[in-house]
Design a protein around this ligand. Structure first.
Ligand SMILES: [Zn+2]
Length: 373
């Protein structure tokens, strides 16, 4: 695609795309600067450095860009709010819940009529929020091994032409789930599945698929369990194989069921992957949109095709014992922006991370607009 030289020659959709990319880059730079300062200069290992950010001549800072940039001293100088403040009302930013247990998910929602973009920086990721009407949202989560304590979260909102309007920081508190240790005995035929190469092979096949950010929501409401079997193992158990020290946590729910029992789609989505790994056996990944995936593993048979649009309750295949399995069961995972979280929260009403919930205005995130500094 030829690089456009003048703004007025660029089609409308392309201008919107450029504005969006510029906005994300500016947000990223500003947030990196802020997090760096917040940590006293000792940035966490998983935070992005400016060198990691995408370089794009179209969105590079300077040139005709009037928005400014993150200053070298770490203070955010993304343009005076008054210059770009085209929103009629101050955006309302919600985090729900604000205290989560290790492995739990939560909603970030922004009610901002007239806004063009919103993004969030959390735990080393910078993500664009989905938009439905005047509600911008995403679901975030932490894995089972995230250290307990407060984690900073920064939400940024831009107007319809990509000018930053509001940037607010808050904290999400992670509490200790006090996971128990589950001892699993493997016989000789299964022991080789602990081979690091086999684990790496499984990750290399599945992780790129479940880290895709589809910019629309396919799922609706609370998820259904994908099996009528009983839950035989919970998320988060630290796993010890053959008396060895625990090396990993159980990343999903296990449903004990007979060989051949049906596996059903837990919610609407698009089939993103059907395949087999030596560790997980036969599996299906459903893209529910907005960075949310569900994974179904150890199946005996899969009756789904990549690209297939699927509704909640549709038949995906059958329970089995393929891969690293001591007997027939379904291993079911929920993945949020690449993080495996506790699926129980998604199938029970308590603490379900509903992105469209009506929030109490008094619960909106307060505090200074960091763009006013
Ligand atoms: Zn499992």
């Amino acid at each position: 695609m030829p690089k456009p030289t003048r703004e007025r020659l660029v089609p409308r959709a392309q201008r919107a795309s450029r504005s969006r990319r510029r906005w994300l880059l500016l947000t990223a730079l500003s947030l990196v600067a802020f997090i760096f300062v917040a940590c006293g200069g000792d940035a966490p290992d998983n935070s992005k450095s400016p060198a990691d950010l995408p370089s794009d001549p179209v969105t590079s800072l300077g040139a005709d860009d009037s928005s400014g940039a993150a200053a070298a001293d770490g203070t955010s100088q993304i343009g005076p709010a008054s210059e770009g403040a085209t929103l009629a009302t101050d955006p309302l930013i919600f985090i729900s819940p604000r205290e989560i247990r290790q492995g739990e998910s939560f909603v970030v929602a922004v009610d901002a009529p007239g806004a063009g973009f919103a993004s969030v920086a959390f735990n080393g990721q910078i993500l664009s929020l989905l938009r439905e009407g005047s509600r911008f949202f995403t679901i975030l989560g932490v894995d089972a091994l995230t250290p307990p304590g407060p984690l900073p979260l920064i939400v940024s909102v831009a107007d319809s032409v990509g000018r930053p309007v509001v940037q607010r920081e808050s904290l999400v508190t992670v509490t200790d789930a006090q996971w128990q240790i589950e001892v699993i005995e493997l016989d000789e035929s299964n022991s080789d599945l602990l081979d690091p190469l086999i684990i790496a092979e499984d990750a290399a096949i599945r992780f790129p698929v479940q880290q895709v950010e589809t910019p629309e929501r396919h799922w609706n409401d609370i998820f259904d369990p994908p099996s009528t079997g009983v839950i035989t193992s919970s998320y988060g158990f630290l796993r010890s194989y053959n008396q060895r020290a625990p090396e990993e946590y159980h990343s999903g729910l296990d449903f004990g069921a007979e060989n051949g029992a049906p596996v059903l789609a837990p919610n609407a989505g698009v089939i993103a992957w059907v395949g087999q790994t030596r560790r997980r056996g036969n599996g299906v990944l459903i893209d529910h949109g907005g960075g949310v995936f569900s994974g179904h593993y150890h199946m005996s048979e899969v009756f789904a095709e990549v690209g297939q649009v699927i509704n909640a309750g549709e038949f995906l295949g059958r329970v089995g014992a393929t891969g690293l399995a001591t007997g027939p069961h379904l291993h079911w995972e929920i993945v949020v922006h690449g993080v495996t979280v506790d699926p129980v929260q998604w199938i029970r009403l308590l603490n379900f991370p509903d992105p469209l919930a009506e929030f109490d205005v008094s619960q909106a995130i307060q505090g200074p607009n960091q763009l006013d500094r």
